[in-house]
Ligand binder design. Structure first.
Ligand code: GSH
Length: 327
């Protein structure tokens, strides 16, 4: 029996697809022990996306050790399989009983980019803000001309963006975030969480943050540099440039656009555009940081100061507009 199934049983997590509403999407969020049970950056991206598109949905929380069992029961494929053949099943995932596949079973899928593409395709993409009517397309197409910033980023641009964001910012952040996440992991998921994270990092969760004050400050400065780099437009707007040079996702013209997150924030504030995948991805990361570190923490106060104070404003905008519970 798989690890997650064993743990799911010992953690007494019960899941029955029949219990889900049959008239709207179920959004599977990762269950933590925070007051509202939320914490994950990836699932927050999809929660915001559903709200941006004004799609009615129901949230079903799954503890991490049970994600595999639930995914298998919905015939959702793993997002990744390791060299030793171990599949990795992740959240967010969605289940849409209002849209049957060719075999007659409801649509169910995981992975935030395919989910956003599915939502763009399946659900009306226009919403009104008073007299302003906006497209809520989160992801563009690889063939579409992206010569202006009006088009949402294409999958290639998104992949190039996340391929830079992940090593530069996430990897720098994780040693600080993981130890502070542990107290919020449901008891039955702790063995799974510890085993997987300690294997990835090759050290105990408690030893991930440097004990030495100076080393710790240096490691934290790397996170700040990552965010400042992001804002300084190292990413060349939606056309993303990797540290090695031009990537597949780089689109001529955008590199010169000098499209900053600050200018994007002004656009979102004035409802000139609706948030796209990259905007929402960044908001999910900021949500995660604030949730794990705490509103009044030194870390979050630091983040709010970086890049002229715009990251806190970015999250505030998303939380004000899209932060409520299910529709
Ligand atoms: N590529 C996926 C990654 C999602 C992801 O890593 N999700 C975390 C949420 S905390 C997860 O489900 N982890 C499960 C695990 O580590 O076993 C996406 O974009 O949705």
């Amino acid at each position: 029996m798989s690890d997650s199934k064993e743990d799911a049983v010992s953690g007494e997590f019960k899941f029955n697809v029949q219990d889900l509403p049959n008239d709207k999407i179920t959004f599977f969020d990762m269950q933590f022990t925070t007051p509202d049970r939320r914490l994950s950056p990836f699932t927050t991206l999809i929660r915001y996306a559903l709200k941006i598109k004004e799609i009615p949905f129901h949230t079903h929380f799954i503890p991490m050790h049970a994600v595999r069992a639930v995914s298998e029961s919905l015939s959702i494929s793993p997002v990744w399989t390791s060299d030793d053949g171990t599949p990795l099943y992740t959240l967010p995932a969605i289940y849409d009983p209002t849209n049957l596949k060719e075999d007659g079973t409801p649509t169910a899928l995981s992975d935030s980019l395919p989910i956003c593409q599915y939502l763009d395709e399946r659900y009306p993409i226009i919403v009104g803000h008073g007299s302003i009517v906006l497209s809520t397309k989160l992801v563009g197409s690889d063939n579409e001309s992206a010569s202006t910033t009006n088009n949402p980023p294409s999958p290639a641009q998104i992949n190039a963006f996340t391929q830079r964001f992940t090593p530069e910012i996430d990897y720098a952040l994780l040693p600080f975030i993981l130890p502070k996440t542990l107290p919020w992991v449901p008891l039955a998921s702790v063995p799974y969480f510890r085993r997987t994270r300690e294997k990835w990092f090759g050290k105990k969760i408690e030893d991930m943050v440097p004990a030495n004050e100076e080393e710790r400050a240096r490691a934290w400065a790397t996170v700040r540099e990552g965010f400042e780099d992001l804002e300084r437009n190292a990413y060349g707007g939606w056309g993303v440039e990797s540290s090695e040079g031009t990537t597949e996702g780089q689109v001529e013209g955008l590199k010169e656009a000098k499209y900053t997150f600050k200018s994007r924030l002004d656009e979102l504030r004035s409802n000139a555009q609706s948030p796209n995948y990259i905007d929402t991805f960044v908001a999910g990361r900021l949500y995660w940081m604030r949730k794990v570190f705490g509103d009044d923490s030194e870390e979050w106060r630091d983040v709010r100061r970086w890049s002229g104070g715009m990251w806190g404003d970015w999250l505030d905008l998303f939380e004000e507009r899209y932060g409520e519970a299910d529709v």
